[in-house]
Design a protein around this ligand. Structure first.
Ligand SMILES: [Ca+2]
Ligand SMILES: [Ca+2]
Ligand SMILES: [Ca+2]
Ligand SMILES: [Ca+2]
Length: 389
């Protein structure tokens, strides 16, 4: 049974790869602006020997820090312009200590407009771009940094709820298959260890535990904790923008979201909810995603009976910020940054009747922008950046 399925899969994956092409791996662009002035803290200047830092000096300079907490691994590039070219920049790896700014400085530029730094970020590591006033006058000014970072490469997978077998696709449609969990577990994906890669999580309604794993391979849970009510729906997302996913709760009986920004302690209980709010109608299925591209996940609801999709751009009670129809009754909904890779998540769905995934590339009403055949009707869809070759 299993081996014949695998053959079917390979063929389906090949066809899908042909339909989808080889993906559009590129770069995400974001712009950071700020103003360095007398109110900013100061640190001793570090001499620059482009493209690296040299020895620490003594002259104090005003600075501002742009944090990149657990960014994706790969090449990041920075291009900065500033008022009369007053600013230069340092890049720090792991941590930045303004009392010892020669430490952990891995790149720097002071060669004039535009200031440019390119650096290969490591997986699971934080980076700090320090913009400082490189003039004797220390009058400061405005700056703008354009950051190019790697694509998150969101793809989809399917989980067989009868066997606990996971089938995760990479960007070119190749499928990685492994067993994780028991029959009946509720599957989801998230980045539990903040390395930029989404890996499996399960909610086992029989013991009300969540079981999280940090790699896309067969094995036991790396962390497990008591999640709560068997009827609660787990929602994985980064609800505070720190680069780490946590598990929040949607309680259908109350139509209430409980937002939690820490994972439960291993073998312990779930942490207290930071806050909760009412949203939704009875029967609607919750989902999470970053629908306004600000780096923080928010929540929405999908009405499977009609395909009605609605969400808010903030984690608060209120009317929907956006709503539209996508899909047919019975479709199973996911979200991700696909098609137009711009940091904004949009809907996708798995239609059991046609064993096909359909994707919308904008949060607007309309037909699917892309699609491919994949899977078996009873399988459940998941989505994320799986980090699979
Ligand atoms: Ca991870
Ligand atoms: Ca978080
Ligand atoms: Ca957001
Ligand atoms: Ca997008």
């Amino acid at each position: 049974m299993r081996s014949s399925r695998r053959v079917v899969f390979t063929l389906v994956a090949l066809v899908a790869a042909l339909i989808m092409g080889t993906g559009t791996a590129g770069a995400l662009t974001a712009t950071h602006t700020g103003t360095v002035g007398p109110d900013d803290p100061s640190m001793p200047v570090v001499f620059i020997m482009p493209p690296v830092c040299g020895a620490m000096g003594v002259t104090p300079v005003h600075y501002e820090v742009i944090e990149f907490l657990h960014p994706l691994e790969g090449t990041h590039s920075f291009s900065m312009t500033s008022t009369d070219g007053f600013a230069s920049a340092y890049l720090y790896e792991d941590s930045f200590d303004p009392a010892n700014p020669a430490e952990n400085c891995v790149a720097a530029d002071n060669t004039g407009e535009p200031i440019e730094i390119t650096y290969d970020f490591l997986r699971g590591t934080s980076y700090f771009l320090v913009v400082f006033d490189d003039t004797f006058a220390q009058l400061g000014g405005d700056f703008e940094v354009v950051v190019q970072s790697p694509d998150p490469i969101h793809t989809v997978g399917l989980v067989d709820p009868a066997t606990g077998q996971w089938h995760l696709r990479n960007q070119v449609g190749a499928v990685t298959t492994f067993f994780y969990g028991n029959p009946g577990d509720v599957p989801f994906m998230g980045d539990w260890d903040c390395d930029g890669i989404d890996t499996p999580g399960l909610f086992r309604q029989s013991d009300a535990f969540a079981y999280l794993r940090n790699s896309n391979s067969q094995g036991i849970a790396d962390i497990r904790f008591f999640f709560g009510n068997p009827s609660d729906i787990p929602l994985a997302g980064d609800f505070d923008g720190d680069g780490c996913d946590s598990l929040s709760i949607y309680r259908p009986s109350e139509q209430r979201f409980y937002i939690i920004n820490e994972l439960g302690a291993n073998n312990g209980g779930l942490g207290a909810a930071e806050f909760s709010f009412l949203f939704g109608n009875p029967g609607d299925k919750p989902f999470t995603g970053d629908f306004d591209g600000d780096g923080i996940d928010e929540v929405g609801l999908h009405r499977e009976s009609t395909g009605f999709v609605y969400y808010r751009n903030t984690l608060t009670t209120g009317i929907a910020d956006n709503e539209f129809f996508f899909g047919n009754p019975g479709d199973r909904f996911v979200t991700g940054d696909w098609g137009i890779v711009d940091g904004t998540d949009t809907p996708g769905l798995f239609r059991p009747g046609t064993i096909t995934f359909y994707f919308r590339h904008t949060n607007t009403q309309g037909n699917a922008d892309s699609q491919f055949a994949f899977g078996i009707p009873i399988w459940l869809p998941v989505a994320g950046n799986f980090g699979l070759d």
